[in-house]
Write a protein that binds this ligand. Structure first.
Ligand code: UDP
Length: 430
């Protein structure tokens, strides 16, 4: 029997304090983390590890216990008011959330959970306590890191607060194993957070290759009411300065200034809802499009799900991911799985998510001219677009949630060994 099978947890407690797996990603605080938690939990359950996801109630409509998939339960805990708290207020609710999680566990026999996996630092704080109270290993995935984010802020964006920096440092020190999306993130954990390099596992996220498949572009455009013969540039994601959708709009305006005849053919499709500091100005992109004189070219859609989202990826000729920072960039992978090339900023995990010159183009900055050059070379050159499109699905197929979940099981096994070898709480405090 392999050590992975011997040490495979029967049941994992997954903490996702600040955002629920039941929420629609693409707006507010719901994004890649939610998709990651949903997809990995479903795969872990298929592989024999039951998963209970703990999250915080943000509405009275959400039942305290819900079945998300076979073997995956979502426990929604009361911790603070349903409304009125944004992510920066949530450190005040860590204790209430932890108390709720402790109550759930106390209703079971000891040893009910074999491992705790926390997502984002707020959950990591609760995981840190659960590790000690329940005597189980803690695995932590940061998803984004304050020090990394603060090192590459969009102009005028608010830096992440010190409480998060300190909280992340504590969780990095307190976890038995850390999961990084890419080698880049692993190096940041070591370099900026003093993580033990031997305690970090690099596990790339996956993509749903059944949902995101190449398909008929004309049908996708008809579904979205987009002209069949247009050149469509897309943006999919939470609308906030960090994601830099403004870079796409400015580049599109620059392209139109360079080649006015493009105006009859160019469409910029922006999909997603306001998030983070973007909530303060929910119509910022509409205003920018008007200021740039390109309102006629830009179309906006609210967050899309399922087949509608796949249709968006199929409908666009190129997906732009101009983010200032991106732990990975799932949308890039999803677009490529649908056969669509990606132009992305060469930051964070995007150089892994996008095959530069193979399935897309990496841009080493955020300048309007640079982005107009990169997008223009594809807008004006259908052959180049087709060449890159030909490389997309093979690149995306290198990633799958099944592989991510298998690697997580290895990490859980290593975490158990690390936990068993670590000093007991009585020894630490004696
Ligand atoms: N997403 C969605 N509908 C939308 C926009 C985004 O379901 O309208 C999902 C998208 O499929 C992806 C996730 O939100 O899986 C965004 O993840 P990504 O890693 O790109 O960015 P994050 O939100 O984590 O910063």
């Amino acid at each position: 029997m392999s050590s992975r099978t011997e040490l495979r947890p029967r049941r994992a407690a997954v903490f996702s304090l600040h955002t629920s797996p039941l929420e629609q990603p693409g707006t507010g605080d719901a994004g890649g983390l939610n998709v990651y938690v949903v997809r990995t939990s479903a795969k872990l359950a298929e592989m024999g590890t039951e998963v209970e996801i703990f999250t915080r109630a943000t509405s009275s409509d959400i039942p305290p216990v819900a079945q998300l998939a076979p073997g995956v339960t979502v426990r929604t805990l009361l911790a603070g008011p349903f409304e009125g708290l944004d992510k920066n207020d949530l450190p005040s609710q860590i204790c209430a959330f932890a108390a709720g999680a402790m109550r759930v566990e106390a209703r079971h026999d000891p040893g009910y959970y074999d491992v705790v996996h926390s997502h984002y630092w707020l959950s990591g704080q609760v995981g840190w306590l659960a590790r000690q109270r329940w005597g189980v290993p803690l695995v932590h995935t940061a998803h984004t890191l304050a020090k990394v984010k603060n090192a590459s802020l969009a102009a005028g964006d608010t830096p992440e607060p010190m409480v998060r920096v300190v909280g992340e440092e504590q969780v990095v020190a307190g976890a038995d194993r850390l999961v990084a999306n890419t080698e880049f993130e692993a190096a940041e954990l070591v370099g900026r957070y003093d993580a033990d390099p031997d305690a970090v596992d690099t596990i790339p996220p996956g993509v749903d290759l059944d949902r995101f498949t190449p398909g008929d572009q004309a049908a996708a455009r008809a579904r979205l009411n987009l002209p069949a013969d247009a050149v469509v540039l897309g943006f999919v994601g939470r609308i906030q300065p960090l994601k830099a959708p403004d870079v796409l709009l400015k580049a599109a305006a620059e392209l139109l200034a360079r080649t006015p005849s493009l105006r009859d053919r160019l469409v910029v499709l922006v999909v997603g809802g306001p998030s983070g500091t973007g909530l303060e100005r929910p119509r910022v992109l509409q205003d920018l499009a008007a200021d740039l004189g390109i309102s006629d070219v830009v179309r906006f859609l609210p967050p899309q799900r399922g087949d509608d989202l796949a249709a968006v990826y199929r409908a666009v000729d190129v997906l732009a991911v101009p983010s200032y920072n991106e732990s990975f960039g799932l949308v890039a992978l999803e677009a490529q799985a649908c056969g669509t090339p990606v132009v992305a900023a060469a930051v964070g995990g995007l150089p892994v998510a996008v095959g530069d010159g193979v399935s897309g183009v990496l841009v080493p900055g955020h300048g309007t001219g640079q982005w107009a050059d990169a997008l223009g070379s594809l807008v004006q050159n259908p052959r180049r677009r087709a060449e890159l499109a030909a490389g997309t699905t093979a690149h995306a197929a290198r990633f799958s949630w099944e592989r991510t979940a298998e690697a997580l099981l290895d990490t859980y096994a290593r975490a158990k060994m690390a936990f068993d070898a670590s000093p007991r709480i009585e020894e630490v405090t004696a």
